[in-house]
Design a protein around this ligand. Structure first.
Ligand code: IMP
Ligand code: MG
Length: 178
């Protein structure tokens, strides 16, 4: 099956406006505090780099990354979360903000939140650019959410299909080629 980029779902401008609003919410929550922002590779990289640059310096941010695999190469979740790269830094007694590109079934984030909590941080919150709420299989509290989107596969702004299209500045629907 061949796939191609379809209609635009969220434009560059719309994303950028919402990311700045989210940065304000984050700055309000953590004002005067330290915050360890944990990006989930690779999907969250582009979102996270825009997000942290919009948070005011009143929040003392540090950054770390984790890589997990749950998807393989297709568009269906396997339900298995495997840590491919763990954090370099300890989260003990720190404010932790997990940054994800999209919450789908919720399996990845619920696993990661549980894992972080076992490491005894001061707090754990979740920030996700996109949320496909109707796909949820396990509950996840998304503290900072960019957009709720319908149950369609999307690419761009960090999100990929089989490793492709992460670099697109807007977010697009993926369509099957006839
Ligand atoms: P979950 O564990 O089912 O919530 O899966 C979340 C992960 O699935 C995300 O981090 C993405 O890597 C991937 N994912 C889910 N939906 C999409 C999509 O529409 N486009 C690209 N990746 C997606
Ligand atoms: Mg991902």
């Amino acid at each position: 099956m061949n796939y191609r980029i379809g209609e635009v779902l969220l434009t560059e401008e719309k994303i950028s406006r919402r990311v700045r609003e989210m940065a304000l919410e984050i700055a309000e929550t953590y004002k005067g505090q330290d915050l360890m922002v944990i990006g989930i590779l690779k999907g969250a990289v582009i979102f996270m780099s825009d997000l942290v640059r919009s948070v005011s310096p009143d929040v003392r941010i540090s950054m770390d990354f984790m890589a997990v695999s749950s998807y393989g190469d297709s568009t269906k979740t396997s339900g298995i979360v495997r840590i491919v790269k763990d954090l370099d830094c300890s989260v003990k007694d720190k404010n932790v903000l997990i940054v994800e590109d999209i919450v789908d079934t919720g399996l990845t984030l619920s696993y990661l939140v549980k894992l972080m909590q076992e490491r005894e941080p001061k707090s754990v919150r979740v920030c996700a650019l996109l949320d496909k709420e109707e796909r949820r299989q396990v509950p996840v509290k998304v503290d900072f959410r960019g957009f709720s989107i319908p149950d369609r596969f999307v690419v761009g702004y960090g999100l990929d299909y089989s490793g492709q299209w992460r670099n697109l500045p807007s977010i697009y629907l993926v369509e099957q080629e006839n």
